[in-house]
Design a protein around this ligand. Structure first.
Ligand code: ATR
Length: 271
């Protein structure tokens, strides 16, 4: 009998997580069965409790339930606390443990798959919503030279600076129109690409040495990637982050880290 896991969201039909985890299970030989689970918008907790009662071992959590998952958890990892959101739940001996693997997924995709070092890099993070907050701690742990956060609503960027500022950490919030000069790494953590919009970032942040990363992905380059490439940057979408956050969740549950390369290749071919 396989151990049961699910991805819970609303909507959930589009989720690629079952295909990703099926490949991880096959590759590692772990006895994992992984399905989609649609929760009613007002029924996240009841859905989780029913799944636990039915013997479920863990769950990934996606839109719009990551904040509710944070509240539901009895205990949380430091990275989940920092993110203020939970995307991975483990059910152990009557307790619900909350974790967040999104940030480590981003960092591994940039450093390991793309081969771009974050250490000593000047990083520009666009956006100050949940997606941005979720990646700041893992980015800081790579010891970049600085992280500049630009957001349309600058007060949200300032709130993040206040949360993450530590002695010696070079973090600052700026208005989009105050940005000038190229960065080593520009990460789009706004939700603008969802509606094919662009954050109002001046093209001068991109140069020939810039690596531009969009957390979104699709069949072709996002509008953000097109803008960055037109100004000489090398570009990448967020498909690898999806695979890496899944691999880290698999590791949290099973203690085995899958090889993401063949799964990434397979997903890329499906787009
Ligand atoms: P998520 O969980 O995806 O981060 P969110 O918490 O709603 O979603 O945050 C969305 C982020 O994208 C915010 O930083 C938002 O900017 P504001 O805080 O100023 O609203 C940003 N965003 C969304 N659409 C945008 C656009 N068209 N241009 C610039 N920023 C945009």
């Amino acid at each position: 009998m396989a151990d049961r896991y699910v991805v819970i969201g609303n909507p959930i039909a589009h989720s690629k997580s079952p295909q990703i985890h099926a490949r991880f299970a096959q590759q590692t030989g772990e006895p994992v069965a992984y399905d989609r689970l649609l929760a009613p918008l007002d029924g996240f907790e009841a859905t989780v409790r029913d799944f636990i009662a039915a013997g479920g071992r863990g769950a990934n959590v996606t839109v719009p339930f990551k904040l509710e998952a944070f509240t539901l958890a009895d205990r949380r990892s430091a990275r989940a606390e920092a993110a203020g959101a939970v995307n991975t739940l483990s059910f152990e001996a009557g307790a619900v443990i909350g974790d967040n693997t999104d940030g480590v997924g981003l960092v591994r995709d940039i450093v390991l798959r793309a081969g771009v070092p974050l250490a000593d890099a000047r990083v520009l993070l666009l956006g100050a919503g949940g997606a941005a907050r979720g990646v700041i701690l893992p980015l800081l742990e790579e010891a970049p030279d600085e992280i500049v956060i630009a957001n349309r609503t600058v007060a949200r960027a300032e709130a993040l600076i206040e949360q993450f500022a530590q002695p010696g950490s070079r973090l600052r919030a700026v208005q989009f129109d105050a940005l000038a000069g190229a960065f080593d790494i520009v990460i789009n953590a706004t939700s603008a690409s969802l509606s094919a919009e662009l954050p109002p970032v001046p093209p001068s942040v991109f140069g020939a040495q810039t690596f531009a990363y969009d957390m979104m992905y699709g069949a072709g380059p996002t509008v953000f990637m097109q803008l960055a490439a037109a100004h000489g940057a090398s570009v990448r979408d967020g498909l690898g982050m999806l695979v890496e956050q899944a691999a880290e969740a698999f590791f949290v549950w099973r203690g085995v880290l899958p090889d993401t390369a063949p799964v990434y290749q397979w997903l890329r071919e499906q787009l």
